[in-house]
Write a protein that binds this ligand. Structure first.
Ligand SMILES: C[S@@+](CC[C@H](N)C(=O)[O-])C[C@H]1O[C@@H](n2cnc3c(N)ncnc32)[C@H](O)[C@@H]1O
Length: 280
């Protein structure tokens, strides 16, 4: 790691020379980091929906709206501080919270996108529409230093293998793929037991790979204060990045560190590791 972090109250798991996972509260963790250390900060917090993440149980994810807003505002202030000039901050949340939290971030960082990530796993409630997307807020600290716009292959018909859409006279421009838009609808929630690393939320690896492809780079540093199963860390090390992460659940920290180890094992060409990292 470029900069070593001293968090005396936190249990630290060092994963090779790729980075560390600290088992501690996200705010304590962020406050312990030097300013400007991160090229990407990825924030996928608890949504205050009484989810069970581990020993904290559902009460750990349930507070009054005002208390939650205050907590998240502090997290985002710290996240903005630890971001290097030109760095990128991503916040994954429900639209309701993305709206207010995004408003706060606007005074510190530059708004780039509200990315609608299609996730059809909600329920219709009361007099509302069917909620089919989460918001992925994308802000940068000034002009982005490492922005790349990924291309995605054009969608082909499953049966005839011809493009689903008629690109008319533009066919030659889309032959190598189309530019990614701010609607991401190709990622499915990690639902199947075989693919999940724990019962609670886990983001699809494809989503994190795209985030890293857009704003990452070799030896750049990713900070994730709510690391969960470590999906962001796997995508980061695959791209040759370093990381500093935290989660207050010991079980999550263990899973995240093990996933990174398995990924590094595979990347280093170890055949035995391939199975372990297959679903990472
Ligand atoms: C939505 S999950 C993150 C999932 C992660 N992106 C993944 O793909 O696995 C939120 C995580 O935040 C952790 N968490 C909740 N409150 C926290 C806090 N105050 N400090 C640190 N971690 C916390 C939970 O234990 C949980 O693992």
């Amino acid at each position: 790691m470029k900069k070593r972090v001293e968090l005396p109250s936190a249990a630290e798991t060092v994963v090779g020379d790729s980075g560390s996972v600290y088992c501690t509260d996200a705010l304590t963790f962020l406050r312990g980091l030097p300013s400007g250390v991160a090229n990407i900060v990825f924030v996928d917090p608890p949504f205050n929906l009484q989810k069970r993440y581990g020993r904290a149980g559902p009460n750990g994810d349930s507070t009054k709206s005002g208390t939650y807003f205050y907590f998240m505002s502090q997290i985002l202030n710290e996240a903005s501080r630890v971001l290097a000039p030109g760095g990128a901050l991503f916040v994954y949340h429900l639209p309701k919270w993305a709206m207010v939290l995004g408003g706060r971030l606007g005074s510190r960082l530059e708004f780039r996108h509200w990315i609608a990530v299609s996730m059809k796993n909600g329920f219709v409630r009361g007099d509302r529409l069917y909620p089919a997307h989460y918001a992925l807020l994308f802000f940068t600290k000034g002009k982005p230093k490492a922005f790349k716009r990924p291309k995605v292959p054009i969608q082909l018909c499953r049966h005839c293998r011809k493009p689903v859409k008629d690109y008319g006279g533009y066919k030659q421009f889309v032959a190598k793929g189309i530019n990614v838009s701010d609607i991401w609808d190709e990622f499915s929630p990690v639902r199947h037991k075989k693919r999940k690393h724990r019962k609670a939320n886990e983001l699809p690896i494809g989503l994190l790979r795209r985030v890293i492809a857009m704003s990452g780079g070799r030896n750049a540093v990713l900070v994730d204060p709510f690391v969960g199963t470590g999906t962001s860390l796997v995508a980061a090390v695959e791209a040759g990045m370093k990381f500093i992460a935290s989660d207050r659940e010991q079980s999550a920290c263990k899973i995240a560190a093990n996933r990174v180890r398995a990924t590094l094992h595979t990347l280093n060409g170890n055949h035995d590791g391939q199975h372990a990292a297959k679903h990472s």
